[in-house]
Design a protein around this ligand. Sequence first.
Ligand code: F6P
Length: 319
Amino acid sequence: MKRIAVMTSGGDAPGMNAAVRAVVRKGIYHGLEVYGIKRGFAGLIIGEMEKMELSSVADIIHRGGTILRTARCDEFKDPEVQKKAVELLREKGIDGIIVIGGDGSFMGARALSNLGIPTIGIPGTIDNDIPSTDYSIGFDTAVNTAIDAINKIRDTATSHERTFVVEVMGRNAGDIALASGLAGGAESILIPEEEVSLEEVVKRLLQGSKRGKLHSIIVVAEGVASGNDVGEYIKGKTGFDTRVIVLGHVQRGGAPSSFDRILASRLAAKAVDLLLDNEAGKMVGLINNNVVATEIKEALSQKHEIDKEMLELARILSI
Ligand code: F6P
């Protein structure tokens, strides 16, 4: 293994830069040449890549987004496109690739691996929906961003005695909603992993109001319902002064938390080690605070699970 490449793919996530930095510096430490592929698989298929030096990744550990840029690339699902990408990689003498991204990116990584290019996946997505890791890079920062917003919303909710519905991201996973709802003291948390009863939400709001509670926060994961629909329903059933806020892409930006920077650095260092040890076709993850490697195909065959204990606790504490 002499020359490796790194890319970020899919939705950006805070901490991706810290991961790129660690791949480049750990790779150079071991005497490798490291190339940065621009715009994920979209850049790969047109050979958009450049050699990175120690200085290429200076001053980025604290920055959100990704210096390599990123993209969603449906074209890469085409086996012909995949074959051309492999030819291109061989022409450029790339011996191994590290892909930082979410489940869509891991499918691309698996395809490259099946076609004989040693590939390692690093989970980078705010959604935290990748099996075989307790956390993906960016999740912690996104949750902190959501909590920061919820704290501010709480101030105005209290002043105006209003009900606020906060819609958070997560695609089909409820992890951001659950974590930010628990840490933000939400009255109800709606997530795709469990059956939603809007009647129950209304019941809890009415019970709270009888006890003298004059403001409430409901956190809704985007994968379960639209915040606007939930807000309309609540307003219709309770008559409470209700407002809806969709946090949206603000959750994807900002400086990565220390947790995400450390996670990114640890996972990326392991990814380089795996390539050097010829252990390709794997993803790196954090399980019980240990960095572990799992076959990408095994990870993709598993279903992401929500933390049931945490869900139950959130329900108990929000009474
Ligand atoms: O996967 C990250 C994510 O931010 C999801 O939470 C969200 O559903 C999606 O990406 C939004 O994608 P886009 O930025 O392409 O609109």
